[in-house]
Ligand binder design. Structure first.
Ligand SMILES: [Cu+2]
Length: 512
């Protein structure tokens, strides 16, 4: 509990905390409640904070309709984290980074500048200042100056990215973060993440008050983000301050009977959020890849790192405070397995509004049948240790190969796909912790999920959702229907616990 005591969070421990296992390099995720949870839940219920604010909006330098042009600078900046000022790695000096607002079909130009300081090499042997940019969720080219994560930039380098969203579906929340192999985990942990909202202009949703929520956790040490250890790479690093848009337990005003639209991204390294709003359903209208056919009422929504959810909330007619919590979810590692955390408080107050949920949202959203002749592939995600006796180094693989990059030469399990085909990927998790599987460029539909959270599995295997990040439950599996469309080039698929990606749980998707 020592690390928790550094925060100002009010902590009430119900029962024993034996389930808060001690992290060490040999644990390999054998923590949480995996062996049967007999202890209680740790309730983290900080006092209500300041009024909710959306993340800042990125300035658009272009006056031309259809073109959005932004300056994006990776740099250190002092940020107030729950009353303590720390030097975080930011984009443009804010935490979270500014939201880039786009319309369907826009051209996005990003003038990128790497102003990160020289801070030596990290545990992965990478210069800490090397970075790049990934636009998570974009259906765009992975080549050239588009969403090309093969590019890396040293400190003081600049680069002009350009993303043509002509073929990107509207109506989804995306996000941006660094994707330089061996550096991604530390840099996202240290603050480099922001939302990208691609507007749907769906009139049925346009009348609702809409908010963006970036979920992120951090621990501080010595006025900076706490350093990664070997065991953090094995388990995925969770913080002890959990925030919505960089604030602890902000208060969001809602009028009785009002319907609000919340677009939520999990921009944390490893923490899963099983979201629940007291006294209310979360009516899901969209997922990673766009809008659903209609709202689906859920009592909880599980969001792993990288996933997004778009929900409508109809406020109670009873004026009161209602807590949005992250309920305990055991991903096979980390303290979150036994924590219940108040993330935000909805304050239902003021004069009533009687708004109703739409009956239909996006009639074009349908579940696809698997086309005849779809190529079948299987991927196995594994975790292990090298040099067990000597303290060792963690290793994470896909089909037995840990992604590595030496002087530009890549060694990785490679999927060679042909453009304009469909594939079925069965992804097995041969380890004791969940891995959120993310593929770039193309969204997929989930055909089956074995293991894990039953609500999550039944939702994504029955609703017409397009996904770029799906939980592969520990010792379980998933099956995805993957369209290979519109773009050729070399891109990636990987675990979105970014520490695992840095340790090698990433492969190359070579689309020809
Ligand atoms: Cu993983």
């Amino acid at each position: 509990m020592k690390q928790l005591s550094r925060t100002r969070l009010a902590i009430v421990t119900a029962g024993a905390v034996a389930a808060l296992f001690a992290s060490n390099g040999m644990a390999m995720g054998m923590g949480g409640c995996m062996m049967g949870c007999t202890s209680g839940t740790t309730v983290i219920d900080p006092p209500r904070g300041a009024a909710f604010q959306d993340p800042p909006v990125m300035a658009n330098l272009s006056a031309t309709p259809g073109i959005v042009e932004v300056n994006l600078e990776a740099k250190l900046a002092p940020i107030n984290i729950n009353g303590s000022v720390a030097n975080l790695q930011t984009y443009n000096g804010t935490y979270p980074a500014p939201t880039i607002k786009l319309k369907q079909g826009d051209l996005l130009k990003v003038h990128f500048k790497n102003s990160l300081p020289d801070a030596g090499n990290n545990l992965m042997g990478q210069p800490r200042a090397d970075t790049n940019l990934h636009t998570h969720g974009f259906h765009v080219s992975p080549e050239g100056n588009s969403d090309n994560v093969m590019l890396h930039f040293s400190r003081n380098q600049t680069f002009d990215y350009q993303y043509d969203l002509a073929l990107h579906p509207g109506g989804n929340l995306n996000w941006y973060h660094p994707h330089a192999h061996g550096n991604a985990a530390e840099q996202v942990w240290a603050g480099q993440a922001g939302a990208i909202d691609v507007d749907d202009e769906t009139t049925v949703l346009s009348g609702y008050e809409t908010h963006i929520m970036v979920l992120k956790d951090i621990s501080l040490s010595g006025g900076a983000p706490a350093a990664h250890t070997d065991s953090d790479f094995m388990n995925g690093k969770e913080g002890n301050v959990m925030m919505v848009n960089g604030k602890v337990n902000p208060v969001l005003a809602m009028r009785p009977g009002q319907v609000q639209r919340w677009k939520i991204v999990n921009a944390s390294n490893a923490r899963f959020y099983k979201l629940k709003l007291a006294g209310h359903n979360l009516n899901v209208v969209g997922t990673d890849g766009g809008l659903l056919d209609k709202p689906y009422a859920q009592s909880t929504v599980l969001l792993s790192p990288g996933e997004r959810i778009d929900v409508l909330v109809k406020a109670s007619t009873t004026k009161a405070y209602y807590k949005l919590t992250a309920e305990p979810y055991n991903r096979g590692a980390g303290a979150s397995a036994s924590q219940q955390i108040t993330l935000l408080t909805a304050n239902v107050t003021g004069t009533s509004l009687s708004q109703s949920l739409p009956t239909s949202v996006n009639p074009g959203a349908v579940r696809m049948a698997v086309p005849a002749g779809a190529v079948q592939r299987s991927l196995t995600l594994s975790m292990g240790m090298m040099g067990m006796m000597g303290g060792g180094m963690g290793m994470a693989t896909i089909n037995g190969i840990a992604f590595s990059e030496t002087n530009g030469a890549i060694d990785a399990y490679t999927i060679p796909s042909l453009l304009n085909t469909y594939e079925v990927w069965t992804i097995y998790n041969n380890s004791m912790m969940d891995h959120p599987f993310h593929q770039h460029v193309n969204h997929a539909q989930v055909l089956s999920i074995s293991g894990g959270d039953s609500t999550y599995a039944s939702f994504y295997t029955t609703k017409p959702a397009w996904k770029d990040t799906v939980i592969v439950p520990r010792m379980g599996s998933i099956k995805l229907l993957v369209p290979v469309k519109d773009f050729t080039g070399m891109t990636m698929f990987h675990c979105h616990i970014l520490e695992h990606e840095d340790m090698g749980m990433m492969g190359v998707w070579d689309i020809r």
